[in-house]
Design a protein around this ligand. Structure first.
Ligand SMILES: NC(=O)c1ccc[n+]([C@@H]2O[C@H](COP(=O)([O-])OP(=O)(O)OC[C@H]3O[C@@H](n4cnc5c(N)ncnc54)[C@H](OP(=O)(O)O)[C@@H]3O)[C@@H](O)[C@H]2O)c1
Length: 266
């Protein structure tokens, strides 16, 4: 298999590192290229054993997948690099936010199957949640789904679901960080030092995440299991449930989704 990454930045490196570390592809199957930062690309070659090339004909020759991993504003330059050499069998995988399948095909290769993927920053720790949308002509979808399972959990959506995924899990880590930030600030208000508030919040989140990864019960069941009648947790939850938290979260996701739709208009 030959997988070529146009872009060797945060997202691309998280993806190819995950694939190599999980042993799902060999380092020699991966080719990377960047725009001008050759030092960063060479560091990946030294650390992981991937190939680095700036010869576009060599990069595109016999490629099974070309991953478009530049910023969206650099896509036209990337398309110019690959278009002359792109083979029909090569599938294009875009991580670029907001660029539609039709635009990718128009600019890069009309005859090529395309998948848009939306990972999140947790790909860096191989714990991403990935949305995937396929073009109609994309065959052997399971192969890509398996490759992506090396750095996260996958949800397949139609292209019209990509804006919701962008809001829900692309931006999701930032929304959760904001909530943890408020939690830590409240601990400070209770009297903990800033350092202890950070330590307590961080480990509360990590521990709860670990529990979630090990226990398949619903969120509600996990909550009710630790809520005794007339206890402290119930007293806190009474206050929490009176707030319009779900409404606020829904509106937050709606704003992010609307912005994603707006940014996709080209
Ligand atoms: N970060 C996230 O959470 C996240 C989540 C989902 C999707 N995404 C998407 O992932 C994409 C990449 O984001 P990132 O954070 O990884 O960006 P980044 O770290 O800035 O990396 C961008 C890479 O693209 C390369 N590049 C630019 N122009 C190029 C060209 N003409 N040919 C080849 N390579 C070129 C850059 O090379 P140089 O360094 O040489 O300039 C760099 O290696 C974006 O489209 C973003 O929408 C990001």
């Amino acid at each position: 298999m030959k997988i070529v990454f146009f872009g060797a930045g945060n997202m691309a490196s998280a993806i190819f590192t995950g694939m190599i570390e999980k042993g799902i592809v060999k380092p020699e199957d991966i080719y990377i290229t960047s725009k001008s930062n050759r030092v960063a690309a060479m560091e990946f070659k030294e650390a992981l054993g991937v190939n680095v090339s700036y010869d576009d004909a060599e990069l595109c020759k016999d490629a099974d997948y070309i991953v478009l991993a530049s910023k969206p504003q650099n896509f036209s330059d990337v398309a110019k690099r690959i278009r002359p050499y792109l083979e029909k069998k090569t599938k294009l995988i875009s991580v670029m936010a907001g660029i539609h399948i039709a635009t990718i095909q128009e600019e890069a290769g009309m005859e090529n199957a395309v998948a848009r993927i939306m990972p999140n920053t947790n790909a860096m720790v191989q714990y991403s949640v990935n949305g995937i949308a396929f073009s109609d002509d994309f065959d052997n979808r399971d192969e890509l789904i398996d490759l992506m399972a090396s750095f996260g959990k996958n949800v397949v959506v139609g292209e019209d679901g990509m804006d919701n995924i962008t809001a829900a899990t692309g931006s999701g880590p930032a929304f959760l960080y904001y909530i943890y930030e408020q939690y830590a600030k409240s601990l400070e208000e209770l009297g903990f030092s800033k350092e202890d508030a950070d330590k307590l919040t961080r480990n509360l989140v990590i521990g709860t995440g670990k529990t979630l990864s090990e226990r398949p019960e619903s969120f509600e069941k996990l909550r009710t299991d630790i809520t005794s009648k007339a206890g402290t947790t119930e007293a806190g939850l009474d206050t929490l449930s009176e707030s319009k938290l779900q409404e606020i979260i829904f509106e937050t996701l709606g704003s992010a989704r609307d912005r994603s739709i707006k940014l996709s208009e080209r």
